[in-house]
Design a protein around this ligand. Structure first.
Ligand SMILES: [Zn+2]
Length: 416
């Protein structure tokens, strides 16, 4: 099967530029999903575009999940349905409003200077250095770009357009799924799993060309509450137990060598995420992350012993720790059927790339979906420096991602 790369460039770029203009920054402090109206705007825009592609089965649910179905080719109706997923929201870690994308054609390999002193320097960014000659897309430096994950959306839409335009390429049913609030970690909470026919799915939410990700962290969020004994500071000597000082003492007990800034690879961490309160009562959120369940347990128990140590240092004060599961390492869910990852590797090969197996030092919607019974590895999408003003994407890598989607859809037919 020959899939000419040039076919994809224009529609991919147009789509990415179109989608990043809609501000879809999500809000972790809002409980409803989608957390922001811009996400609805993009979901509605996509609904219209999917119908314009000629797809009849398009459904935008009340909960903000968009599911579209490409029917199986004739004779392929009994094949497993596979799905492709991307998220419509962008991170709240950097501004996401009024994005003015810049397109750097035939990238010359030099530092890219943007507004506000933002420079993307290939000397410090080996991934960018590797993309000399590509078409690189950035923001103007005042916002993030939003390639995370609008590059993924553009790839899924464009691959679907190609499959529709090439009915001679046989495939089983293909579902296209766009979800809200991935960045807040809550987006999959209301996911209508029963509306999906997919046997397995693939998220397009990774970075470097060729990357396949089948592992993510196990994740818990611990909420630690400090109760002090408040009293007027004028007569506080020997009597005041300050809940804020207790919380600060607790934070200093977290091992510095097990922080995100001191670890990489397979090593997990404690991350103090948010702290608030007063002398009477204060609250601290600590994220726990590790690829191994036992290590996560060790850190959870660590929090308990730090709590007892703080109580000993602040007689009369009380510390309680509550840990809540966020997501789990998805690797075990792929053991059920090795084809899910094997065919993905083969698709990457057929697209002319070397598959690169990586682990995600974070989570994905795919981890949540895997837990719900639909195994979902992650595929590269071509964006880099996520959640920052120096975010960039390579159009050439986006073309490769489209090819992987199409190859994968066709490979599931051959494997059956
Ligand atoms: Zn993402």
């Amino acid at each position: 099967m020959n899939i000419p790369r040039d076919w994809f460039r224009k529609p991919l770029l147009e789509r990415l530029l179109d989608y990043v203009r809609v501000c879809t920054t999500s809000d972790p402090h809002v409980e409803i999903i989608p957390s922001t109206p811009g996400q609805w705007e993009l979901l509605q825009l996509l609904t219209g575009k999917l119908k314009a592609l000629g797809i009849e089965d398009v459904q935008l649910t009340d909960g903000g999940y968009l599911i579209a179905r490409l029917p199986a080719s004739r004779g392929c109706e009994s094949l497993p349905v596979i799905g492709f997923l991307a998220h419509v929201d962008t991170s709240f870690d950097a501004p996401g409003e009024n994005i003015k994308p810049r397109v750097h054609e035939n990238y010359d390999g030099k530092p890219i200077e943007l507004a506000g002193g933002v420079t993307i320097d290939p000397e410090h960014d080996e991934n960018l250095a590797a993309r000399k000659g590509d078409t690189i897309i950035t923001s103007d430096g005042t916002t993030l770009l939003g390639a995370d994950d609008k590059a993924g959306i553009a790839e899924i839409m464009t691959a679907a357009e190609w499959l529709i335009a090439h009915p001679e390429v046989d495939h089983g049913g293909v579902e296209l799924v766009f979800t809200p609030d991935e960045e807040t970690g809550r987006g999959m909470n209301n996911f209508p799993k029963e509306k999906l026919d997919s046997y397995c799915c693939y998220t397009l939410d990774g970075d470097v060309e060729g990357t396949i990700e089948t592992e993510c962290f196990n994740a818990e969020k611990a909420t630690i509450v400090f109760e002090g004994v408040p009293i007027h500071p004028g007569s506080a000597r020997g009597r005041l137990v300050n809940a804020l000082s207790m919380a600060a003492g607790f934070v200093t007990m977290l091992p510095r060598n097990e922080s995100p800034e001191a670890t990489d690879g397979r090593y997990g961490f404690y991350l103090p995420q948010e702290m608030s309160g007063n002398a009477d009562r204060s609250e601290l959120a600590v994220l726990l992350r590790d690829f191994e369940e036992e290590e996560l347990t060790r850190r959870r128990e660590g929090l308990q012993s730090f709590a007892r140590a703080v109580e000993a240092q602040f007689p009369g004060g009380r510390v309680t720790v509550k840990a809540q599961k966020q997501y789990v390492n998805m690797r075990s869910y792929f053991e059920r059927d090795p084809r899910i990852v094997e065919l993905l590797e083969e698709a990457v090969h057929l697209a002319g790339l070397k598959p690169v197996r990586k682990i995600i030092r974070g989570g994905t919607d795919g981890a949540r979906l895997s837990e719900m019974g639909i195994p979902t590895p992650n595929i590269f999408a071509g964006g880099h420096n996520f959640h920052s003003r120096s975010e960039w994407a390579s159009l050439d890598v986006m073309v490769s991602a489209c090819q992987v989607i199409i190859r994968l859809a066709a490979l599931w037919r051959e494997s059956a």
